[in-house]
Design a protein around this ligand. Structure first.
Ligand code: IMO
Ligand code: MG
Length: 414
């Protein structure tokens, strides 16, 4: 499709957005990160090799031009590392960084750690990549932007202001920033709207997930940006008039890394098994992820606020071998049962999930490969019934199912 594909996470991040972006970027002209910084960890496995991205959109390995939009935070070290990576892989397009993208500086990381320590038992469990403090400096209108890296003197004088403001002594290598960032800087708004004007296709690769949205998530246990699809337009300057489709990515179960409410969280053997089989350890920080069953009220909310047109379900293979698979269809709160996520958003810690159960599936690699070759109808029957129930209960079509980590292990529904 010409126009815009917006890829967003429907849970707490780590839904597999990197792989889906790679799959959907094959026909695209540009693929864009539109929020967050190096807190994201997007992985694509091609053949036997895993490629990990914290900063550039993972979809760029499929061919389109990688773009970092104004609403992102640019982490200079991660950016430099990934520029080297894509250069070594022969990615032919030069990345484009918005002149308005704010840069993460050393004091942002230091403040991130300090705030977490001050919060003590209420710590958010951030990735400590300086995300919250860098967005705060942006809103205070004291941040340093990518477009300013051409002028080392300006960077030095702005650094002095930041040192005074925060009472932190840190140094910035302005010359290094000039060398590593300024060659990639340009106007993203004009570039993307021109691509669309000439009939091109743009993929907007979201980071984190809906429930980590600063306004619409489980505040304060959230990230510091808007993760919703609408922010894909605000942060890039892509006009909302362009034809677009919102693709929501969800796992066949749920995970969360960091603190905050997680009504369907599991512990014990099943959690351990899913964590090991699914490799549920943070790409950015290596932390073990918390694991749980699907939360339908939360997913229904995520589909609503993003305006999801199609769903991609990932890691269906990870549930292989479980005798029973569960999904939460409602909550009991103060003795009353409800299916409404928004009724419970302020007290998610106190809800008790109501589950429905499904018979599991236990198949071999060949069965997944057959589904990849032959399509949806060849999915293991119990897995297919589970997915058909999910789309019926969410009222959104599942258009893509990932049945293994490798990029090709994808069932596209026609
Ligand atoms: P991708 O793009 C999962 C979580 C952190 C913490 C909270 C705030 O790979 O899905 P921050 O460092 O952003 O201030 O931390 O958000 N978090 C993520 N969890 N996937 C991510 O990115 C995340 N990025 C941040 O664990 O709870
Ligand atoms: Mg991730």
């Amino acid at each position: 499709m010409k126009g815009v594909d917006v890829i967003v996470g429907l849970q707490w991040g780590d839904e597999g957005k990197g792989k889906i972006s790679y799959v959907l970027s094959k026909q695209a002209d540009a693929v864009v990160r539109f929020q967050g910084g190096a807190n994201a960890g997007h992985t694509v496995k091609i053949g036997e090799t895993r490629y990990k991205f914290n900063m550039l959109p993972a979809g760029c390995l499929a061919g389109p031009r990688p773009v970092i939009a104004a609403g992102c935070l640019l982490d200079p070290e991660a950016f430099e590392r990934e520029i080297k990576l894509i250069t070594s892989l022969g990615v032919k397009h030069k990345p484009l960084v918005s002149e308005s993208t704010h840069i993460i500086l050393p004091h942002h990381r230091e403040l991130d750690g300090r705030i977490e320590e001050l919060r003590g038992s209420e710590a958010v469990g951030t990735t400590r990549r300086g995300i919250g403090p860098a967005y705060a400096d942006k809103m205070l209108r004291v941040g340093i932007r990518a477009g300013e890296t051409t002028d080392p003197q300006l960077i030095q004088s702005k650094t002095q202001l930041l040192q005074k403001l925060h009472g932190i002594d840190f140094s910035v290598d302005a010359e290094k920033l000039r060398q590593t960032i300024s060659p990639f800087v340009g106007n993203v708004e004009t570039y993307l709207n021109t691509v669309l004007e000439s009939g091109g296709r743009v993929v907007l690769e979201g980071a984190q997930g809906t429930l980590l949205d600063i306004d619409h998530g489980t505040y304060p246990y959230v990230t510091s940006s808007n993760t919703l699809a609408a922010n894909g337009f605000v942060s890039t300057g892509v006009a909302v008039k362009w034809k677009h489709s919102v693709i929501g990515v969800m796992k066949a179960y749920a995970t969360r890394v960091g603190a905050g409410p997680f009504p369907t969280e599991l512990d014990g053997d099943v959690a351990e098994r899913i964590r090991e089989v699914g490799g549920e350890y943070g790409t950015t920080t290596g932390r073990p992820r918390r694991v749980g069953w699907l939360d339908i009220p939360a997913l229904r909310y995520a589909c609503m606020v993003n305006g999801v047109d199609e769903i991609a379900v990932t890691k269906v293979d990870v549930l292989n071998g479980l005798s029973t698979v569960k999904a939460c269809v409602g909550y009991v709160v103060n003795g009353v049962e409800t299916e409404s996520f928004t009724d419970c958003l302020m007290m998610l810690d106190d809800v008790k999930p109501v589950y429905v159960e499904f018979p599991g599936w236990s198949v071999g690699d060949d069965d997944w490969h057959a589904a990849v070759r032959n399509g949806w109808d060849d999915l293991p029957p119990n897995a297919r019934e589970y997915l058909e129930w999910v789309e019926k209960t969410l009222h959104v079509k599942i258009s893509l199912v990932s049945v293994g980590e490798e990029a090709g292990l994808t069932v596209q529904r026609t």
